[in-house]
Design a protein around this ligand. Structure first.
Ligand code: FES
Length: 295
């Protein structure tokens, strides 16, 4: 720059120096303006802060603004402002947004005018009384209690059903405890034939004149011995203690307390079936029609 100035003529040097001075003066004036603008902002902000602190003596807008600020401190403030205020810079600054800088920027400082404030009412907050809360808690507790009870009851029911199904005896057909198919009715022995043993089903099959076919349980009703058919005497005789039963299974004599037990015998579609899971106890020996010595 020095060399360039040295190369210039005296007139040009003076001209160039004058231009530089003008630029420097313009820059100084610009910086001065900027500093004075910041001071104005601070001045405008100070009244706004004061307005927030003034509760009742201030103008209605200020009071409303202060009240609104207190309300806005609650969880749902919902303070809505429309337009600018008319009671001075401080009031307007506080009422518009509660921020001094915003008030100055939006309303141009101290000469702003405030409009009536439209403040949304605060939301109504339902306050539960301790009784209501206790009642609600009790209902929830009852609900949980009932739910747990129902769940436990259902679990117990399922467990009970499972155990019952597991423990309940199940017999297949042709297995003692189950059903035995004996064929058509025409295949039954005659009424004067000797009883036919069925060792798998543990019964004697006998066809009688008065009661039709019967399935007599092979176990003695006294103490559980296996009685035999005595063809020569045409009766059943127990080898253990001498109890005797007629061909039809009625008690004749001996220590047996009752006649022979029988299994359920049914006829369906011409087929005879004996259910060894369903036993009928014989009538008491005193009531037996075949009793040798009447009581
Ligand atoms: Fe048959 Fe005693 S067991 S008489």
């Amino acid at each position: 720059m020095a060399e360039k100035l040295a190369d210039l003529s005296p007139e040009e040097k003076e001209k160039r120096i004058a231009e530089m001075k003008a630029k420097m003066q313009a820059a100084a004036a610009k910086s001065k303006k900027a500093s004075s603008g910041e001071a104005a902002v601070k001045e405008a902000a100070a009244p706004a802060k004061q307005a927030r602190a003034v509760p009742a003596e201030a103008s209605p807008a200020v009071a409303a603004a202060a009240t609104d600020k207190q309300v806005s401190a609650q969880p749902a403030p919902a303070v809505t402002t429309y337009g600018a205020g008319s009671n001075g810079a401080a009031g307007n600054g506080a009422a518009s947004n509660g921020v001094a800088s915003n008030g100055v920027a939006s309303n141009g400082g101290a000469a702003a005018v405030s409009a009536p404030l439209l403040v949304a009412p605060p939301p109504e907050i339902a306050v539960e009384t301790p009784e209501q809360r206790a009642k609600k808690e009790m209902n929830r507790r009852e609900f949980l209690t009932y739910t747990w009870g129902a769940a436990l009851g259902l679990l117990a029911l399922q467990s009970g059903v499972g155990i019952f199904q597991f423990m309940y005896p199940r017999f297949k057909a042709g297995e003692f405890g189950g059903e035995f198919l004996l064929g058509p009715v025409a295949a039954l022995p005659p009424t004067d034939a000797a009883p036919a043993p069925n060792t798998s089903g543990k019964f004697w099959l006998v066809n009688t004149v008065d009661e039709g076919p019967k399935a007599l349980y092979m176990v003695c009703t006294h103490l559980g011995c296996l009685y035999k058919w005595a063809q020569s005497n045409n009766r059943f005789e127990c080898p253990c203690h001498g109890s005797k039963f007629s061909r039809e299974g009625f008690y004749i004599e001996g220590p047996a307390p009752r006649s022979l037990d029988t299994f359920l015998l049914t006829e369906a579609d011409g087929e005879i079936a004996v259910d060894t899971g369903k036993k009928t106890l014989g009538q008491p020996s005193a009531d037996s029609p075949a009793r040798a010595v009447p009581v």
